[in-house]
Design a protein around this ligand. Sequence first.
Ligand SMILES: [Zn+2]
Length: 243
Amino acid sequence: MVDGTAESSKSFYMSKPDGYCFLNNAALAVKLALDSGSCSRVAVIDIDVHYGNGTAEGFYTSDKVLTVSLHMNHGSWGSSHPQKGSIDEVGVDVGLGYNLNVPLPNGTGDRGYEYAMTELVVPAVRRFGPDMVVLVVGQDSSAFDPNGRQSLTMNGYRRIGEIMRGVAEEHSHGRLLMVQEGGYHVTYAAYCLHAMLEGVLKIPEPHLSDPIAYYPEEEAVAVAAVESIKKYHSEFVPFLRGT
Ligand SMILES: [Zn+2]
């Protein structure tokens, strides 16, 4: 069974299925790239809200694949998903240090993700020196996803796309593979993917504005409006006069 629509980095092609897929598209792409002889070092950056445990497990003993997962700090999901995605799961043997976990708190948001990318991901990729970069994209990190609480908006996805394009141009001759993963607010997921593609393609101005971008609560403005309406009612609505 091939299902490339969601959560495949939570499964692994030779291991037990986990997450929502039987095949791990990202891991298969990495294996194919390495076996082809055209790549010797691959970096996988996974921004799906869930830990990319299948990909991590698949290359846990390898120094040829750097796996970096930015995910919600969700911990273990029981016996089928023992990995926690904690920072001390760093690989073993020659793979020691080549699995980096970045568990992020709920509400990390656009600026928090950009900070994590520039402070943790880019320096690690730069030091690793891949000749191919795989970006595992989950829109379940979005602000409106029922599975995640990471608060990314279209702007955040666009910025991550820009950063990853820069990393690929700097280190892997522009070789960047994007793999689609989770995303459960079906409308907003499409917009976020669009924004990320705009970032990767270095499109200078967004072609789509964010349809449901967060608008901050402004209580003082609302109170002033209510008071103004109340004053009007008090003056001009007969049965409310004087209230
Ligand atoms: Zn996910």
